[in-house]
Design a protein around this ligand. Structure first.
Ligand SMILES: NC(=O)C1=CN([C@@H]2O[C@H](COP(=O)(O)OP(=O)(O)OC[C@H]3O[C@@H](n4cnc5c(N)ncnc54)[C@H](O)[C@@H]3O)[C@@H](O)[C@H]2O)C=CC1
Ligand SMILES: NCC(=O)COP(=O)(O)O
Length: 324
């Protein structure tokens, strides 16, 4: 049986809704159930001059291409490119509704479009990203990992002011992250003995303590301890050369210490086909790698490749989980 996946458009004023409409134009190896506002999807379809048929969960579809929808209306119809903080609660409700369906077992995984963090915060809801929202909702610890055909990059810290990053590089947190990444690579990605490269925090991985102490105080002792458990950990590596193609070929994943240490490299290598995977949740969640692209919304030019890659990746992860 095909896995059943939630499809959550995210910010209604961004490119999320039109990318969902593009997904509705083709067949997938999964049954897709949209958690979002039907009116917003119809408006996006009209802007792109594409057909869109929606039917409520449990109703008979009008055609084979009809998408199932759990309608979660937004209180305000936002103009393309102009997020409305008044829609913050409904944007979050769509995400948690889909997440609950995954926890209940009604659905097998979720694929999410981009969310505008500032609009959610301006709407009065503390939010640093969907990864954290889903972790709190499920009551577990998670790791963000982006992947494309060139590499996998997991993050030790994510949406944090740079000023606060060094204080968060502590042994317990690093150990928990590495264990989550290691387990996911083995169980979800089928890599028997994954090799994980761990980047230093400081230039030249701290230059033996002359350019920062986190490598000597935290990273090296943590890696030494985890190696005793059989984990194949390489590093701490200087970040400026860790991504050289000949080195990268030896790693199943790279752990970057902060968001902009790892993600620019991955997005430069292949922005279109990258996806954002949440490791550690009890169900698969895969998101697009890009943001709301407010400059493109409603113009019909946004590239759906990342969403399509996310649907394919989530389908595979959900399939694998069903087989276990
Ligand atoms: N998965 C998610 O929920 C993500 C959300 N964001 C949020 O999105 C908002 C905007 O973030 P930005 O830094 O401006 O990043 P962005 O990814 O929205 O835009 C960066 C550049 O990439 C282009 N771009 C993005 N997606 C594209 C697509 N599908 N096809 C063609 N071009 C595309 C945009 O036009 C822009 O020039 C922020 O609120 C940010 O937090 C950012 C990244 C991921
Ligand atoms: N840089 C990744 C990003 O902004 C998306 O994060 P999340 O909303 O999936 O946690």
């Amino acid at each position: 049986m095909r896995p059943r996946l939630a499809l959550v458009p995210g910010e209604p004023a961004g490119v999320g809704p039109e990318l969902m409409v593009r997904a509705a134009q083709q067949d997938w190896d999964a049954r897709l159930v949209v958690f979002g506002d039907a009116a917003v999807l119809h408006r996006a379809a009209a802007a792109l001059s594409l057909p869109l048929e929606l039917h409520r969960a449990g109703e008979t579809p009008a055609s084979a291409r009809s998408l199932e929808i759990v309608d979660i209306p937004h209180p305000v119809q936002a103009a393309f490119g102009a997020p409305e903080p008044a829609n913050a609660a409904s944007v979050v409700a769509a995400l948690t509704g889909a997440a609950q369906a995954c926890l209940d077992g009604t659905l097998d995984g979720m694929v999410t479009g981009p969310v505008h963090k500032a609009a959610i915060n301006d709407g009065g809801i503390p939010y640093t990203g969907t990864t954290g929202l889903l972790a709190a909702h499920a009551g577990c610890e998670v790791v963000m990992m982006l992947a494309n055909p060139a590499m996998r990059v997991a993050l030790q810290t994510v949406h944090l002011p740079l000023r606060e990053v060094a204080d968060r590089i502590v042994p317990d947190a690093l150990e928990r992250t590495l264990r989550i990444v290691y387990d996911a690579l083995r169980k979800q990605f089928g890599i028997a003995d994954p090799a994980i490269a761990v980047l230093g925090l400081n230039p030249h991985a701290g230059e033996d303590g002359h350019l920062g102490s986190e490598e000597l105080d935290v990273i090296i002792p943590t890696l030494e301890r985890l190696r005793l458990d059989g984990m194949q950990l390489i590093g701490p590596l200087p970040a400026d050369t860790a991504f050289l193609p000949e080195k990268l070929r030896g790693f199943d994943a790279v752990l970057a210490m902060y968001h902009d240490q790892g993600l620019p490299v991955l997005k430069h290598a292949d922005f279109a086909h990258a996806v954002n995977i949440t490791l550690g949740l009890p169900y698969p969640r895969v998101a697009v790698d890009h943001g709301t692209a407010l400059d493109l919304a409603g113009k019909g030019v946004a590239d759906p490749s990342s969403l399509f890659a996310a649907i394919r990746c989530c389908t595979q992860l959900a399939d694998g989980r069903k087989r276990v």
